[in-house]
Design a protein. Sequence first.
Length: 270
Amino acid sequence: MTSYPNCGMAYRLQRVDGVVEVPAWWNVGGTAFHECIREWETSALDNPEPSTPDTQAERFRHHIAEQTAATVLSSGINMSAWRVARGGKEDRDWWLDNAPGWVAAYVTAALARESHIETVAGMPGMEVEFMWRPAPYLPEVKGFIDQVHRFPNGDILIRDLKSGSSRPVDSLQLKVYRLALEDEYGVSAPAWYGDYWLARRGEPTRAINLTDRGPIEAEVFNRLAMMDSAEQAGYYMPNPSSLCSACGVRAACPVMGDPATARSWTVPTS
């Protein structure tokens, strides 16, 4: 949903051409953080005394080791070539020094919250997978919802966990999740909200109100239709910026890549 508008060329190289993306420590560390949170939330559902913040924080070392091994296996790329944020500062050791504290902060906050993880299709509302067709004229949208919370008054909060340094500026992701939950899983609520949990700050963003379906549906349908029309026509606009240095498929990019490995331009079909 966001990769195409961020850079159509990167989207084409990854999704259409099948270029193998160079792994990034922020993805490996971020996935390990997600796994720590999912593990704690799962145990808290059935255990009146779940693990303490410090105990759960220690689990990060285990999860990042698992994710590192899995990424080496799936990519076939040695760790020495992986992308590292902030000029090489946020490497594996940096994640091991910092992310356990984020896990502890999350658990501390979770122990004091009013909401609980909602049951979706008979399962805990974490990493909820969906395949949603917004309208007959639009393609299916596949996604995973990090968390679905229910408050005592019945209201729903959709939460997405973010471990990166940048603050989300677009709520499209949360809006799609809200519609998919209602349409695909029949989830209902007096009011709907959405926010992002900022791991590095140990707090959520201000919640946005997602209750009024009409304007949300209009925005989502229009934005998805524009992206689909451009893709169907073969338009994959590059977006050269300072972010190109962190792109996992830059070597294959006809604009910013290595001339020896860059993919050729394709002519739009219409």
